[in-house]
Design a protein around this ligand. Structure first.
Ligand code: SAH
Ligand code: SF4
Ligand code: F3S
Length: 465
């Protein structure tokens, strides 16, 4: 952490003293945002705040926003309306950060429509939270801390993790792909890879603390170190995603390694081979399809065709026994015809995706696709979404059969939400498993279970070791 931020952090800590101030963070968006929120929480804890269990108890409320689809905005504005009453009753600080704040005019809109917001910060200035809280809390200033250039990578920001046994580790920031529908490259800047030594030190530290599962994060993890601006001097021999995977898997104590998201166009053989040789890497790979039609894929600027995608999946199935895939699909991209949508259904029929994250296309201002005049009517988009969902649900039932009577190694993640007597975890293919405890097993233990029943979205099992 920068020393000037550390100074601000200590000044806030002195001011707060033993007054028992609480924070509440509301995270919208992807795992990268979740990981950023863990850093915001880490800084707030070091400033002397403790975590509020309810929003109404908080003395500082931080929104970490997303803007990848329109509904994220509606959610934020709804919440801000609710909080106005709270702010009238109590002297709280309201801070908004994250991707949406990097959108043009957004900070001005917040200032105009929600003047009671104290701090607005962007994705490149997260590390300045101590200074921004200092200004709002002690100098009673309204703070706007947004820059339009790619942020540097700051190491050593304190981090308060959401879980005790599984952890996310961001390995790279930004995206260079500019898929024509997507706003992420505009709000997260260009690709920047963390120094492999810093990543490995972080994971070694996590292993020492008892963490067993690591998820490596980035918008485009398989271009780790493969983009312009990489300083190979820093690499210490690890100059590719495949080599990073090997190094992470060598760390004792780490038992499960996941990564999200890779891009199909960058899925080189060295990465496939690294997955095949490292048993710690989960046998579910996220392969975001987006569309199954080559013309639409070209217009999306995805840089692969329907055939290349299917070939890639087939190649991976050959090289990595038991591998399954999850995917992201957008329906109703501008100009998508009925036949083109059928191609998406065709790929879903051919590749038995284990998990599909389905999205209705949402026009994002400033992206090329949003400027097109051939937008698909909402009603058609929704109908296509329902058809895809129906096909997916049939596939889930089929896919579940392969688990019956198999043995699976599971990290116990917690108690079942519906039945607190039951434990839950996931297969390494990400399927939720629910089972009864046998010999005082605890959260964080690895156990062997046998799958007895399938219930569409979860499997029921018994402990066998
Ligand atoms: N970098 C990741 C994706 C991050 S965004 C990747 O390429 O896989 C997560 C998902 O949101 C995308 O994969 C895409 O399916 C969806 N998405 C992005 N922009 C969208 C938009 N404008 N409308 C609907 N869905 C969108
Ligand atoms: Fe968006 Fe494409 Fe980058 Fe993913 S790869 S973040 S979908 S531009
Ligand atoms: Fe949303 Fe930003 Fe992630 S736009 S999906 S939170 S990178």
């Amino acid at each position: 952490m920068q020393s000037e931020q550390l100074d601000f952090l200590l000044k806030v800590k002195n001011k707060i003293g033993d007054k028992e101030k609480q924070y509440f963070i509301l995270t919208m968006g992807c795992q990268l945002n979740e990981n950023d929120s863990e850093k915001l929480a880490g800084m707030l804890c070091d400033m002397g705040y403790t975590k509020a269990l309810e929003l109404s108890n908080a003395d500082i409320i931080v929104f970490n926003t997303c803007c990848v689809r329109e509904n994220a905005e509606e959610r934020l504005f709804g919440k801000l309306g609710e909080i106005k009453n709270l702010k009238e009753k109590k002297d709280i600080i309201i801070a908004i950060g994250g991707c949406m704040m990097q959108e043009k005019e957004m900070a001005a809109k917040i200032k105009k429509s929600y003047p009671y917001v104290d701090i607005v910060f962007g994705t490149h200035t997260l590390q300045n939270l101590p200074e921004n809280v200092y200004k709002a809390l002690i100098e009673h200033e309204k703070v706007k801390d947004i820059i339009d250039i790619d942020g540097e990578i700051y190491e050593g920001i304190p981090i308060k993790r959401n879980d005790d046994f599984k952890a996310s580790v961001t390995i790279m920031y930004g995206c260079n792909n500019f898929c024509s529908y997507c706003i992420v490259p505009y709000v997260r800047g260009r690709e920047r890879s963390r120094n492999p030594k810093d990543i490995l030190n972080e994971i070694r530290g996590l292993a020492k603390e008892g963490y067993k599962e690591i998820t490596l994060l980035g918008q485009n993890v398989n271009s780790y170190m493969a983009h312009p601006g990489v300083d190979l001097e820093m690499a210490g021999g690890i100059d590719s995603f495949a080599k990073l995977l090997d190094a992470v898997c060598k760390i004792d104590g780490i038992e499960i390694v996941r990564f999200i998201s890779p891009h199909p166009k960058n899925f080189t053989d060295d990465v496939i081979d690294a997955i095949a040789r490292n048993e710690k890497i989960a046998r579910i790979v996220h392969l975001p399809l987006q569309s199954g039609n080559s013309k639409v894929l070209k217009e999306m600027n995805r840089n692969y065709t329907k055939e290349q995608f299917i070939e890639l999946a087939e190649k991976m199935k050959k090289k990595i026994p038991n591998v399954v895939f999850s995917t992201d699909i957008i329906v109703g991209f501008p100009g998508e015809t009925e036949e083109e949508f059928e191609d998406t259904l065709d790929v879903v029929r051919r590749i038995n995706f284990e998990q599909i994250f389905m999205f209705i296309y949402s026009a994002r201002e400033g992206t090329p696709a949003a400027a097109r005049e051939d937008q698909i009517p909402e009603e058609i988009k929704h109908k296509r979404f329902d058809r895809l969902k129906e096909l997916y649900e049939l596939k889930v039932n089929d896919n579940n059969q392969k688990y019956l009577h198999t043995k699976q190694k599971i990290l116990i993640e917690g108690f079942s939400k519906n039945n607190s007597q039951m434990l839950t975890g996931r297969t390494d293919t990400n399927k939720v498993v629910v089972f009864e405890p046998k010999d005082n097993e605890k959260i964080g233990d690895m156990v062997m279970v046998e799958i007895e029943e399938e219930h569409k979205w979860y499997l029921k099992a018994k402990i066998v070791n």
